[in-house]
Design a protein around this ligand. Structure first.
Ligand SMILES: NC(=O)c1ccc[n+]([C@@H]2O[C@H](COP(=O)([O-])OP(=O)(O)OC[C@H]3O[C@@H](n4cnc5c(N)ncnc54)[C@H](OP(=O)(O)O)[C@@H]3O)[C@@H](O)[C@H]2O)c1
Length: 242
């Protein structure tokens, strides 16, 4: 079974539906937006998957404990974990509030840590597991106005590599996907002029789709990728070419 944190909208929703199509039983977690989370459940069930939804703040140890108890009761041990829940609170560093730094790190990095720690023992026991952390190209190359977000996403990459090394001989792979610009509500709101300027930095000349991110996540979550671990795969239309 697969758990997708932040599966209520955007990339997480596309990943949950994609894993459901591949035949996985899927649990999603979300923070506050009940309506979109219910949509994900409907979409996953429509393609024939078992799917349940859990409201849980990934930054809270109590919430994460309750999440994994709930998921365990409904589905048994988590075999595939997608750490996707994430937030941004952009500001130039000189104007950044401590809360903006702390909240972004707490959701993106501490959330990934808490959820990964919660599944690891079960995966070690099963001698099989797939963990995919949704980082960002901003974690690879930085971005003005996003020092907090970039630190959290770069932190996820270091975390991915370290945990990958700890569990590589237990049949567990830990990888990261670093999306570039993805078509979401946020990018939909940009003016044509701003979009044109962004497209000039992307060799493929367009934003990616949530399905294109889900494609790579599903690949890394699959049976055939046992020999790929500790990697970060940028899905960014050639923007970074690391
Ligand atoms: N979109 C992009 O262009 C892009 C590019 C690079 C990387 N990423 C990364 O990809 C991931 C998904 O991005 P997205 O654009 O699809 O995001 P999104 O549309 O804003 O959705 C974020 C999801 O995370 C959930 N969430 C937020 N805070 C949470 C918390 N504390 N606990 C549990 N769940 C929480 C949200 O729940 P609610 O719906 O209840 O709020 C929602 O389901 C993020 O990690 C983001 O940093 C996105």
């Amino acid at each position: 079974m697969a758990l997708v944190t932040g599966g209520g909208r955007g990339i997480g929703q596309a990943v949950a539906v994609r894993l459901a199509k591949e035949g996985a039983r899927v649990a999603i977690s979300y923070y506050s937006n009940d309506a979109t989370a219910k949509d994900t459940v409907k979409m996953a069930r429509k393609v024939g998957a078992e799917c349940e939804v859990f409201k849980s703040n990934v930054a809270s140890i109590e919430d994460v404990q309750a999440l994994f108890e709930g998921v365990g009761e409904a589905f048994g041990p988590v075999e595939i974990l997608i750490n996707n829940a994430g937030i941004r609170q952009d500001n130039l560093l000189l104007r950044m509030k401590d809360t903006e730094f702390d909240e972004v790190l707490a959701t993106n990095l501490r959330g990934t840590y808490l959820c990964t720690r919660a599944v690891l023992r079960g995966m070690v026991r099963a001698r099989w597991g797939r963990i995919v952390n949704i980082s960002s190209v901003v974690g690879l190359v930085g971005n003005a106005g996003q020092a907090n977000y970039a630190a959290s996403k770069a932190g996820m990459i270091g975390f991915t590599k370290s945990v990958a090394r700890e569990v590589a001989n237990r049949g567990i792979t830990v990888n990261a996907v670093a999306p570039g610009y993805v078509e979401t509500e946020l990018t939909a709101g940009l003016t044509e002029n701003v979009k044109r300027r962004i497209f000039e930095q992307i060799p493929t000349g367009r934003f990616g789709t949530t399905e294109e991110i889900a494609e790579v996540v599903a690949f890394l979550a699959g049976e055939g990728t046992a020999y790929i671990t500790g990697q970060t795969i940028a899905v960014d239309g050639g923007m970074t070419m690391q």
